[in-house]
Design a protein. Structure first.
Length: 256
């Protein structure tokens, strides 16, 4: 069950119009007969516009989909935010993003936990990247479509109110080794989070010999790529390279 589902473009517009929290709350009541708690509504108002800012970029295909409060089959778990769709290279991609509005974190003695003032007050809370990765694991276990269609699943967390001074706690790889697979992004990591969401696109160009920064340049300067197949892209690149141009030169001319 999905409480809210739309394209990236519509989601960003709903956030701009400041109606996203109302839409999600009404859908929750209609679909589950649950009255949303005030803290839940407040978290929607605080977190979703932050995610809209991440997605407000020409690097993303506006027709890709987002889902909010996705309930995982046969469990009581609901993923905060999901970006999904088929990219221009034919890959099925799903990225689960756990959103947190925490203003501080401290180390916890509990394994895989941090201490903060969360929804249940000051206490120990599961590291949000571990929470997001758990949703991936549950989807692989309980979602037959994901298993049968080889859907590429990724996860991360976005702590949009947490500044860099807490990075050494939340991004401690010795204490939280899973963040290598499911990274955590703080309030100043918008560009890094965009790169994470774009990894499926970027990796195709890295395979062709480009650096990650060059791959990002390709997408920022060539929005028409969203409608091309991988084979077409490779053909365009190779045709220009055959003329004797360097790869960095190709970035600026092969899609004109």
């Amino acid at each position: 069950m999905i409480i809210y589902e739309s394209t990236i473009e519509k989601f960003v517009n709903d956030c701009d119009k400041r109606v996203i929290a109302d839409i999600v709350s009404k859908n929750l009541l209609t679909m589950t007969s649950e009255y949303p708690e005030p803290n839940f509504i407040l978290s929607l108002k605080n977190s979703l516009p932050m995610m809209a800012e991440v997605l407000r970029s020409q690097l993303f295909d506006k027709e890709l989909n987002v889902a909010i409060e996705y309930k995982i089959t046969n469990t009581r778990n609901r993923a905060d935010f999901v970006v999904y769709g088929i990219d221009e290279f034919g890959h099925n991609n799903v990225v689960i993003v756990e959103l947190k509005g925490w203003g501080f974190v401290q180390s916890s003695n509990k394994k895989d936990y941090v201490y903060t003032n969360g929804g249940d007050g000051p206490s120990d809370y599961w590291h949000p990247s571990y929470q997001a990765y758990n949703y991936v694991h549950l989807l692989e276990l309980f979602n037959e479509y994901v298993r049968d269609n080889e859907i590429k699943l990724n996860s991360c967390s976005y702590l949009h109110n947490l500044n860099d001074c807490y990075g050494h706690i939340i991004n401690d790889k010795d204490k939280f080794p899973l963040i290598i697979k499911s990274p955590a992004f703080l309030m100043n990591d918008v560009e890094k989070l965009r790169e994470e969401l774009l990894d499926s696109k970027i990796n195709d160009f890295i395979e062709l010999g480009y650096t990650k920064q060059q791959a990002l340049t390709i997408y920022s300067k060539n929005p028409t790529l969203f409608g091309l197949t991988k084979e077409t892209v490779i053909a365009k690149l190779n045709n220009v390279c055959k003329l004797g141009y360097r790869k960095d030169e190709v970035l600026y001319m092969c899609f004109e």
